[in-house]
Design a protein around this ligand. Structure first.
Ligand code: UD1
Ligand code: CA
Length: 449
């Protein structure tokens, strides 16, 4: 079965009260339309059309990396039916066509597939029951419970407004039916728009076999017209995503207290504590443990790695069995190799921390190239910046840096060398040497009060 997908994204989103086109409004850190595009990305034998109008250039630019999209312009926003009409010349005549809405972003691939198949029997609607159906088109059923029409909120009579079965907006048709039915709709309604939903009554008049698919989990079909609805979607999204991971074997302290703002992957056996935020592209390995209050942004956490409470990891990588925190800041471009550890109030930046090397308390590691088995004492500072340029500090395997040392870069500290506590190290230290760079202690006799 060929599948043509038409996504409607031309509307202005007046009710959102923002100048940003609605389909670019941020849901879980990504534009709403991106969620829809993700859901269709794996479908087979598909042609993808996106109808844009309001701020079309901005929308196209946002997704310029997606070469699968056939962009279609709807110059004037004359309604959802009119929007779909703009795409009909591009649709393959032997296809089933699924219509999706840029403002119904959580639709799943599975549901789209089911609806597309159902359309081989006749026009297929995705409906759901909503306690407070305000704003949605109502599904009107007649004798033998057959669908006869969809009535929009604006045009509904008081008794029609009582109907709690509503239109998700998402529909599927055989291409030929769709094109013929669209030819019949008019704009004689309150909004003076060409409603896609009116094709349903036309299909009823043609005695087509109208199908419906009803969803029990309504999160998938929540629409977004207002900021309040966006809030509801945002909440639903994170819980929905946590549940997906839960079913794959990831554990959570509380699925309602984790945020997934981006493309997140988590392997089974991992544990995520409360108030964790994932941002951007993040992957979490098998059996990794993420403590409470951690923020992980565009980073990779390896298997069995541990991030302890209230740590922040950005653009970095923890290899397997590495450990950071509590209260650690693994800053940009840090690579912690297998079994490396940093502890509380340690900040790293553009540094490589070799296997099993440790900096357990209060340190700044900037532009460091640290070998294996190195011990960095409490309070050590990598003085990487001379006011003009950043410089590199290289520490070779098994060196020991005493507490409260200042390492003034550029600097190389040799393997198995030892830096005495409180040293200011400005000259390279050779392999196996002991370096002490501090004032000598003098003990005076006979101290008087
Ligand atoms: C629509 C449905 C309604 C359904 C609801 C579900 C119609 C007439 N009504 O109402 O039955 O319950 O969605 O969320 O279809 N758009 C265009 N061009 C236009 C108009 C709209 O591309 O000329 C796009 C919008 O960008 C949006 C989508 O179509 O992504 C839906 O438009 P919107 O105005 O939000 O329709 P609703 O009033 O929500
Ligand atoms: Ca809408």
């Amino acid at each position: 079965m060929n599948l043509d997908i038409v996504i409607l994204a031309a509307g202005k989103g007046t009710r959102m009260g923002s100048s940003l086109p609605k389909v670019l409004a941020s849901l879980a850190g990504r534009p709403m339309l991106e969620h829809v595009l993700d859901s269709v990305s794996q479908l087979k034998k598909t042609k993808l059309h996106v109808v844009v109008g309001h701020e079309a250039q901005q929308v196209r630019k946002t997704f310029s990396g997606n070469k699968k999209i056939n962009w279609i312009k709807q110059t004037k926003q004359l309604g959802t039916g009119h929007a779909v009409k703009q795409a009909t010349n591009h649709i393959r005549s032997n296809s089933n066509v699924v219509i999706l809405y840029g403002d119904v972003p959580l639709i799943s691939e599975t549901t789209i597939s089911k609806l597309a198949k159902l359309a081989s029997k006749g026009p297929a609607l995705l409906t759901f029951n909503k306690e407070n159906p305000t704003g949605y088109g109502r599904i009107v059923r007649g004798s033998r419970n057959k669908i006869e029409a969809i009535i929009e909120e604006k045009d509904a009579s008081p008794s029609e407004k009582e109907i709690s079965e509503v239109n998700s907006g998402i529909m599927a048709f055989k291409a030929k039916d769709l094109i013929r039915l669209l030819g019949k709709i008019k704009n004689n309604n309150k909004a003076k728009e060409f409603y896609l939903t009116d094709t349903v009554h036309e299909a009823h008049l043609e005695k087509l076999n109208i199908q419906s698919l009803s969803l029990s989990d309504t999160n998938e079909v929540l629409g977004c017209n207002t900021l309040e609805e966006l809030q509801a979607l945002e909440k639903a999204y994170h819980i929905f995503t946590a549940k997906k991971f839960l079913n794959k074997g990831v554990s959570f302290a509380d699925i309602e207290k984790v945020k997934f703002r981006g493309n997140i992957s988590i392997e089974k056996g991992a544990f995520i504590d409360e108030n964790v935020i994932f941002e951007g592209t993040v992957s979490i390995g098998t059996n990794a443990k993420i403590g409470p209050g951690c923020i992980i942004s565009n980073s990779k956490i390896g298997k069995n790695a541990k991030l302890l409470a209230y740590s922040f990891v950005e653009e970095s990588m923890l290899e397997s069995n590495a450990k950071a925190g509590p209260f650690a800041h693994v800053g940009v471009q840090t690579r912690m190799e297998e079994g490396a550890e940093i502890g509380n109030f340690v900040e790293t930046k553009r540094s490589n921390i070799g296997a099993n090397s440790k900096a357990k308390h209060l340190a700044y590691i900037g532009d460091g190239r640290i070998g294996k088995g190195v011990n960095i004492g409490a309070g050590t500072i990598f003085c990487n910046y001379d006011g003009v340029k950043k410089h590199i500090t290289k520490i070779e395997d098994d060196a020991f840096i005493g507490s409260n040392s200042a390492l003034v870069a550029p600097l190389t500290i040799g393997a198995k060398s030892y830096i005495g506590s409180g040293s200011v190290v400005t000259k390279n230290v050779g392999k196996g040497q002991l370096a002490i760079g501090r004032g000598r202690q003098k003990n005076m006799p006979n101290r008087k009060k």
